[in-house]
Design a protein around this ligand. Structure first.
Ligand code: ASP
Length: 319
């Protein structure tokens, strides 16, 4: 049973999953380990009574540091071979929010987003202005090479060659995109959401996805729910996916378990491939997707970590 003040945490490592058939045992184990490390980072804080905001920050930082996931280290490349990252965080208690878009430099873009929320009058800073602000906050910066991986470079070449050849797009989800995110409810009943991404492989320079757009890829409001999305960002923006779920809770009397899968199913009919994680004032987190998979996990008050990648049952481990 979950009362309103039962802490809970869910995370995702994006809808850009490697197909089951191409996932060898070692790579499979590494992804589960990465998800568990992020759950543990967030859960240690929540279980000790820390705010949901700190738990989602810690969980997303762990995923940003892991090159397997498309955020910070391991982010995908733009069409011109650069890295442009988006991140956002929202506090459901006061509906404070902060985001950065199109940045490269801060080791953890989610910390830059949090600094925007806590130490600036803005909710969203982009590009060089966002980077300058992050420097003023004394955040750790890394050279561009720190974020680059061979695997993402190969995905970029694949897509650029495909475009040159005018061939149909038969790429796997893993070659297309990815994101990381976390939602949490703390012992005081406060909700928070955080999301961080490199975006879509070979995206137009300057393109900004749903992640830093509040109400689209990231949202939190204690009165309804906290949501973090992953998938084809443009569709999530056009349908304001996260706030659509909150609206159904607030105005249509739906539960989170009804609203979240319904919105994800609707997005698919408009070409929106992906999923989301969400948590409400009570009840367990909801993790739902219309893609072939979504790296995901959750932990509830029993302290057991649950992780999954495709449509299989969750693998469990005691925290
Ligand atoms: N939603 C992200 C974006 O459009 C990509 C993803 O989650 O896979 O930037």
């Amino acid at each position: 049973m979950h009362d309103p003040h039962t802490p809970a945490l869910a995370i995702h490592g994006g809808a850009g999953t490697i197909p089951k058939s191409a996932l060898d045992d070692k790579t499979l184990a590494a992804h589960h380990a990465g998800l568990r490390a992020a759950l543990t980072a967030g859960w240690c804080l929540l279980a000790a009574g820390a705010p949901a905001l700190d738990a989602v920050t810690a969980a997303v930082m762990a995923l940003e540091d892991d090159p397997l996931f498309n955020a910070a280290r391991g982010a995908v490349f733009t069409a011109d071979g650069r890295l442009e990252m988006d991140a956002a965080i929202m506090d459901g208690k006061a509906r404070r929010a902060g985001a950065v878009a199109g940045i490269c430099g801060p080791k953890n873009p989610i910390l830059a987003a949090r600094a925007v929320m806590e130490n600036s009058p803005a909710v969203l800073l982009a590009g060089t202005g966002a980077e300058a602000f992050a420097r003023s906050q004394n955040l750790v910066f890394m050279p561009e090479t720190y974020f680059q991986t061979e695997r993402r470079r190969a995905s970029l070449s694949l897509e650029l060659n495909r475009r040159l050849a005018g061939a149909p797009d038969t790429r796997t989800d893993a070659d297309r995109h990815g994101t990381v995110g976390a939602v949490a409810r703390d012992a005081a009943g406060n909700l928070a959401a955080a999301t961080s991404t490199g975006g879509m492989t070979a995206k137009l320079p300057g393109r900004i996805g749903d992640t830093p757009i509040f109400g689209a890829g990231t949202y939190a409001d204690n009165a309804t729910c906290a949501v973090s999305c992953t998938g084809t960002g443009e569709v999530f923006v056009r349908f304001t996916a996260a706030s659509e779920i909150a609206a159904r809770l607030r105005h249509a009397g739906q539960s989170l378990a009804q609203a979240a899968p319904a919105v994800i199913a609707e997005l698919l009919t408009h070409g929106g491939d992906g999923g989301l994680i969400a948590i409400a004032a009570d009840g367990p987190p909801v993790l739902t997707f219309n893609s072939t998979g979504m790296y995901r996990g959750y932990v509830t008050s029993d302290g057991i970590l649950h992780t999954a990648i495709h449509r299989e049952d969750f693998t469990t481990q005691i925290s």
